[in-house]
Design a protein around this ligand. Structure first.
Ligand code: NAD
Length: 458
């Protein structure tokens, strides 16, 4: 027997929500531009990967939009649909890539330097990869102190830089005959900044700060501002501020543009948000969590600067505390010692090794230990995230969703939320939220997993 709930609240008995009407969403016609500030390891791995998919040289492993399925209705209905068929997403063969970098290497050369993908694969894609050359970057060394690059715009002053980036976006759209575009920041991690002060709080004050070339405004903020002004959805893959402060939330809402961030959830933090919710679910105590990494790519080199590392550290540290809620469970997590280290070690290149030592305690306080040694490939984990974010942000915009897209928290270490709203870090809770958002968009019943109705005839 199916539930006849017609309210907007969950049915008190089975938990199902009334079927809602489908959200009016424009179709994914034409080509979608994917603009990437920073054509380094992650971007080139994404671009080469999507081109390889088109030639059927590889599978889109790790991508929810390409391989994920979604249950619709009750478990007994047996309706499991591929996400890419259920929601109107742009197809990977309709994507056109472009970007900016402080180095002039085209995507083939940059991918060879990044050393993530094998030469044999890159050579099969060489003409297409060589055809993508970076536009000149907006860059200030003070924000990324371990890099020097000459492929930088001559413009000086915030407004002139924004205008130059807007002109790049318009030209890119025109040349490639694009219907829409999205931007995902894959540039280096900028130095740590707390979003303190009026200029971050209100759009009016922020506009004035732009006019006066305020020195606290980093290049990634200018890219974000340019994207939003051009009606281009923006996601931030790094932990720096970029679009994560109230003035930018207001700008995005006013412009009707979706934004998301920040810091791709890959590697060690992905593991943390898988393991910690499980330990908490069983009410096991955690006394200490020591995480250390060695990595040798350009990202590692940038993070070797303590100010850039600080930005990453804040992003990585917040995860455990917010998930475990020590204030609610002082006997389990009140004394948790959490330490994160990143060590630049060139021989490893992009093949990071992340160690975790977790000191846990069980019944009557008896201690136990968990050791994780994750030999991961950072960019291999990040590339499908960028693809999914590009496609979902484009979907959000066609569905008239603007401002912070919290349903995309699934992809981020430090999910953006509106001020005062605590973020959700549990990977599985984030996935339920994402899936229910897709059901909501398509007017399908939301799933609460209560499931009492399966037993009502007994
Ligand atoms: N790979 C992962 O798993 C992962 C996870 C989370 C976050 N991130 C973040 O994603 C970003 C990209 O990672 P990556 O491994 O590709 O790093 P990378 O160093 O290989 O690439 C970053 C590129 O950005 C360029 N750049 C720096 N400042 C720029 C600017 N102002 N404009 C344009 N280009 C600029 C650099 O020259 C470099 O080529 C980093 O901030 C990293 O911290 C990566």
């Amino acid at each position: 027997m199916s539930c006849a709930n017609v309210n907007t609240l969950p049915c008190a008995y089975c938990g199902s929500l009334a079927k809602m009407s489908k959200v009016d969403t424009a179709p994914a016609t034409g080509r979608l531009g994917v603009l990437l500030p920073g054509l380094g390891a992650v971007s080139t791995t994404l671009i080469a990967g999507v081109l390889a998919l088109r030639k059927e040289l590889a599978q889109p492993i790790g991508s929810l939009t390409q391989l994920g399925t979604l249950r619709l209705g009750k478990r007994t209905d047996h309706r499991e649909v591929p996400i890419r068929d259920f929601v109107p997403l742009a197809k990977p063969d309709r994507l056109v890539f472009g970007g900016w970098d402080i180095f002039p290497d085209n995507v083939y050369a940059a991918a060879r330097k990044a050393g993530v993908l094998e030469r044999e694969l890159l050579d099969q894609l060489r003409p297409e990869l060589e055809a993508i050359a970076p536009m000149q970057a907006v860059f200030e060394k003070r924000f990324v102190r371990n890099l020097d690059g000459l492929h930088v715009k001559p413009e000086r002053g915030h407004r002139a830089c924004i205008e130059a980036l807007c002109a790049d976006i318009r030209k890119f759209r025109k040349v490639h005959k694009l219907e829409r575009a999205v931007m995902v920041w894959c540039g280096s991690t900028e130095i740590y900044q707390a979003p303190k002060g009026d200029m971050f709080e209100s759009l009016e004050a922020f506009e004035k700060a732009l006019d006066s070339d305020h020195p606290a405004i980093a290049p990634s903020v200018l890219y974000a501002y340019a994207a939003i002004s051009e009606g281009v959805p923006y996601a931030n893959g790094a932990p720096n501020l970029s679009v994560d402060f109230p003035a930018m939330y207001a700008l995005a809402r006013e412009a009707g543009v979706p934004i998301a961030g920040k810091d791709f959830k890959t590697g060690q933090t992905l593991m943390k948000t898988i393991l910690a919710p499980g330990l908490k679910a069983r009410l096991l105590g955690i006394d200490g969590w020591f995480s250390t990494n060695i990595l040798g790519n350009r990202d590692g080199e940038v993070l070797d600067d303590p100010e850039s590392f600080k930005t990453k550290e804040v992003s990585k540290l917040g995860v455990l505390e917010q998930m475990l809620e020590p204030e609610k469970f002082p006997e389990l997590y009140g004394d948790l010692y959490h330490k994160v280290r990143i060590n630049y070690y060139p021989p490893r290149g992009d093949n990071k090794e992340g160690w975790d030592n977790i000191d846990i305690s069980g019944w009557l306080g008896y201690p136990m230990q968990i050791k994780v040694d994750f030999l991961c490939r950072d960019s291999i984990l990040a590339a499908p995230i960028v693809l999914d974010l590009a496609l979902f942000l484009d979907l959000a915009q066609r569905a008239n969703m603007s401002g912070i897209q919290e349903w995309l928290s699934f992809y981020f270490k430090s999910p953006m939320t509106k001020p005062g709203l605590p973020p959700m870090h549990d990977l599985f809770a984030q996935k339920v939220k994402l899936e229910n958002t897709l059901r909501h968009l398509m007017g399908e019943t939301l799933i609460t997993h209560l499931g009492l109705d399966y037993y009502e005839d007994e």
